[in-house]
Design a protein around this ligand. Structure first.
Ligand code: NAG
Ligand code: NAG
Ligand code: NAG
Ligand code: NAG
Ligand code: NAG
Ligand code: NAG
Ligand code: NAG
Ligand code: NAG
Ligand code: NAG
Ligand code: NAG
Length: 726
């Protein structure tokens, strides 16, 4: 490892004068498998694998799917050049900065790096703003570099950063790329890269091909900005030699777009901010109609979006910090600090999977739909059994998003184009083409999706207080409830949400879901006959032991197969919605069973497989906390097993929701099996959801007071900005 080579000597040299330079970096709260860096939507999703963090100067950030991204930060400190981040092949004479600490919250990832007599804080912010659709949909993420002297030194500092065409999904081929540079309003410097010859809405290896990569910055209070486009080596060595970017501009294979800031002498901290983005003029294709990102209703083009991003930065950052504090403290008080580490690592992954959209032609802001891609499995659009596992975080933080994710599904179903009497699995085979399945062919999960859509509608009604939405689509919901009445108790051979485990007949989990969903539907619509049917199903499954072994020690995987078992995550919805479809003894039985089938690293999804799902583990933990059960040991068992998976040092994928719970042949206990960066991490909020709906609503609730002080001037800036574009 180089780390010991370069950490120790510097420590020895400087330790007498620099008390805050440490030999081993600290990782707070944990060193995760991968750090979110710029995670705003499925095509703007940059991560840093945890095992590269210690040697951060040489690190190579990655797209969620593993493609390497060029994103460097260098600095000159009194004329000496250092790489701080993302320079795997430094120019000669460039020394590596040293990582002191790495930290993540729900919205920020922060690295502290020392270089000579300077200390740099690299703060990566991906804002989350459930209630402000402009802020949430803006396809830009911030990097702030804060520079200061160590122990009273006031070195002269220049900061450099670049990106390249990898952000536009281009690797190693000389694609005709148009680039742009603009010095826009509010002194915002904007570089763009737009590869040519690609089809709208096309992807290569999950990266979009039809958009524009953007890098922009603004002078801080005392920094001079220069920019350059050119070959990576030329541009970087120019900075190393001069501390600024001068010389010819030209774009070709291997070119970067780069900025440098001259901060002058930095006794106390001076900040520079960058915004990196990937902008799609048309975001998704909904049934042949292109939809735009919501931000396009507020600002007309990329330049305006960059200007807006910087004007909005103080408020976005303030909201994000309020959110960080609220989520961390509530998670800790709900189920301890390990639980906090899990949920705070999950938040960007969830909100960074959404596209908040409006129609591209009318930009009608009353017609909002949210789109989500089933990433790292098959790319389907708005998969209903992906929205279901996401939903606990939405129940807690953003109930309206449950409806916004369902709108494109339910409006398609309401059009009559889907020819079946059960709920569709998804509305398009591959994101971003939400073109429906008019031929009636989609992944077959009839019981799963009928149950899900009824339960999501109930959750939405309960959490949002909107009791009318389902009524607009009452005949559809009725159809799906009727499907379950007929087909829910003994489901024919079919897949459930865990399609990786294969289809199976008479799956107990689907029958449990049908029972709970029918009861929920009956309550939502005041039709007691449906609740009666749901309760009758539940009695058959539990009281008559059709869904359990004869001694009622556990629910089975398939009806009447006493030896089989499964993680019966659907019970959680009965608890969350307080439906009491099943008696408390059923939850107690199942909760007591889990520790008995736990393998070395956790409880498997079911008796067929050697892997577990982190979302369903939290749903099972939530069931263990049902009133009258309240089994904290079992809750903690699940939380500890997921936490151990995150911290065992065996993984580098963005928070995977599927890992091996035992070693079996080439499957290694504690290693991720499949799935990267999926939004189903929202399911980790199951325990917090039990505290009640909409408990974290920053912007409307508790943050209001603390934010009013800074609101004034930002509001004025934004108002001024709005006038310029009106
Ligand atoms: C979406 O559809 C367009 C044609 O309309 C096609 O060119 C593109 O490749 C499709 N995208 C994906 C990801 O399949
Ligand atoms: C860039 O740096 C060179 C060498 O230090 C200097 O001569 C030149 O004036 C600088 N240019 C600007 C625009 O600061
Ligand atoms: C500078 O950036 C750091 C790191 O993001 C932040 O903590 C600090 O508040 C910023 N200072 C100013 C004046 O913006
Ligand atoms: C905007 O969308 C809403 C909701 O879909 C719709 O009711 C309204 O008619 C639309 N307005 C226009 C001008 O299209
Ligand atoms: C769907 O249900 C309707 C009304 O119950 C019925 O008329 C129709 O035949 C059903 N369609 C299919 C494909 O089962
Ligand atoms: C499902 O269970 C029912 C009731 O035990 C049984 O009649 C039916 O044959 C089973 N279906 C399958 C496909 O095994
Ligand atoms: C529910 O239905 C019953 C009769 O089935 C009726 O008496 C009651 O008023 C209804 N409640 C609501 C809220 O609609
Ligand atoms: C759950 O419902 C029962 C009635 O079925 C009620 O007594 C209880 O207060 C409810 N609990 C919550 C948390 O809403
Ligand atoms: C263990 O591995 C074998 C061989 O790959 C496989 O058949 C078996 O299903 C695995 N066991 C579990 C519990 O997954
Ligand atoms: C990090 O882990 C990956 C495997 O996930 C491995 O290929 C790579 O060599 C490791 N990098 C370092 C610096 O240890």
């Amino acid at each position: 490892m180089f780390s010991s080579l370069f950490h120790v000597p510097l420590f020895l040299v400087l330790s007498t004068q620099l008390s805050d330079v440490v030999s081993e970096p600290s990782f707070t709260p944990i060193l995760p498998p991968s750090y979110p860096l710029a995670v705003r939507n499925t095509y703007l999703s940059a991560w840093l694998p945890g095992n590269q963090t210690e040697n951060i100067a040489y690190a190579v950030p990655e797209f969620w799917n593993g493609q390497p991204l060029t994103w460097s930060v260098m600095a000159r400190v009194d004329g000496e050049s250092y790489s701080l981040f993302g320079v795997p092949e430094p120019e000669s004479g460039v020394k590596p900065g040293l990582l002191q600490s790495a930290d993540y919250t729900s919205t920020h990832t922060t690295f502290v790096v020392t270089a000579g007599l300077a200390r740099f804080v690299l703060d990566f912010l991906s804002p989350i703003s459930p209630q402000d659709y402009v802020r949430q949909s803006l396809p830009l993420s911030y990097l702030t570099v804060s520079a200061s002297g160590i122990n009273g030194a006031a070195p002269s500092i220049q900061v450099y950063s670049d990106i390249d065409n990898s952000w536009a999904g281009q690797f190693g081929e000389n694609v005709a790329t148009s680039w742009g540079y603009a010095l826009s309003r509010e002194s915002t410097h904007i570089f763009t890269l737009t590869p040519g010859g690609t089809a709208t809405f096309s992807e290569v290896d999950d990266m979009a091909q039809w958009g524009t990569a953007v890098y922009c910055t603004r002078p801080g209070s005392s920094s001079q900005v220069s920019g350059r486009v050119g070959g990576m080596g030329t541009v970087r060595s120019g900075f190393v030699s001069n501390g600024n970017l001068t010389g010819d501009w030209g774009c070709g294979l291997g070119s970067v777009i780069a900025f440098s800031h001259d901060l002058g002498s930095c006794g106390s901290p001076k900040n520079v901010s960058f915004a990196v983005g990937y902008v799609r003029d048309a975001a998704v294709n909904y049934l042949g109609n292109p939809r735009a990102s919501y931000w396009q209703s507020a600002v007309p083009d990329i330049s305006a979006a960059c200007v807006h991003a910087f004007l909005d930065f103080p408020r976005a950052d303030l909201e994000a910090r309020n959110l960080d504090a609220a989520i961390a403290s509530r998670a800790s008080s709900t189920a301890g600090d390990k639980y906090r580490d899990i949920v705070t690592l999950s938040v960007r992954q969830v909100f960074g999977a959404f596209d908040v959209t409006i129609p591209k032609d009318t930009l009608n802001t009353s017609d909002v739909m949210v789109f989500v891609k089933e990433i790292s499995s098959n790319g389907n659009v708005n998969t209903v059994d992906v929205i279901m596992p996401i939903s606990p975080i939405l129940y807690v933080m953003a109930p309206e998003y449950i409806r916004l994710l369902l709108e494109p599904v339910i409006q398609y179903l309401a059009s009559g184009a889907w020819p079946h009497n059960y709920t569709i699995h998804d509305i398009g085979t591959h994101f971003p083409n939400a073109t429906g399945h008019n031929d009636g062919t989609a992944e077959e999960m009839p019981a799963e999706e009928c149950g899900n859509i009824l339960l999501l509608a109930s959750m939405y009604q309960l959490a949002s207080g909107n009791t009318d939405w389902w009524k607009q689509h009452s005949s559809l919901f009725q159809l799906y409830a009727d499907y379950l009445v007929t087909n829910g108790l003994y489901p024919k051979a079919q897949l459930s949400s865990d399609d990786g485990a294969g289809p199976i007949a008479n799956e107990t989990g689907l029958a449990i879901k049908a029972a709970i969903a029918l009861n929920a539907f009956g309550i939502m619509t005041n039709q007691s006959s449906y609740s009666d049917t749901g309760r009758r199903f539940a009695d058959t499954l539990y009281k008559d032991a059709v869904g359990t072994d004869a001694g009622r020690t556990h629910f089975t995987l398939t009806l009447n197969d006493a030896e089989s078992w499964g993680t019966q995550y659907n019970l959680f919805l009965d608890v969350l919605l307080n439906l009491t479809t099943f008696p408390t003894e059923a939850y107690t039985m199942e909760t007591s069973f889990y520790p008995t089938d736990r393998a070395t690293n956790g409880v498997a999804l079911d008796s067929r497989v050697d892997w577990a799902k982190t979302d369903w583990m939290h749903w099972a933990a939530g069931t263990a906390m049902a009133p009258g059960v309240e089994n904290e040991d079992v809750r903690d068992m699940f939380v500890n097993d997921v936490h151990a998976f995150l911290t065992n040092g065996q993984n580098t994928a963005p928070f995977s929701d599927n890992f091996f719970i035992m070693t079996n042949g080439s499957d290694v206990a504690g290693v991720y099996n499949t799935y990267r960066a999926r939004p189903v991490a929202g399911g980790h909020f199951a325990l917090m959801a039990l505290n009640g709906p909409a408990r974290i609503e920053i912007g409307a609730g508790e943050s209001e007071k603390s934010s009013t002080k800074s609101e004034g001037w930002v509001e004025r800036l934004l108002a001024r900005f709005a006038r310029r574009y009106s």
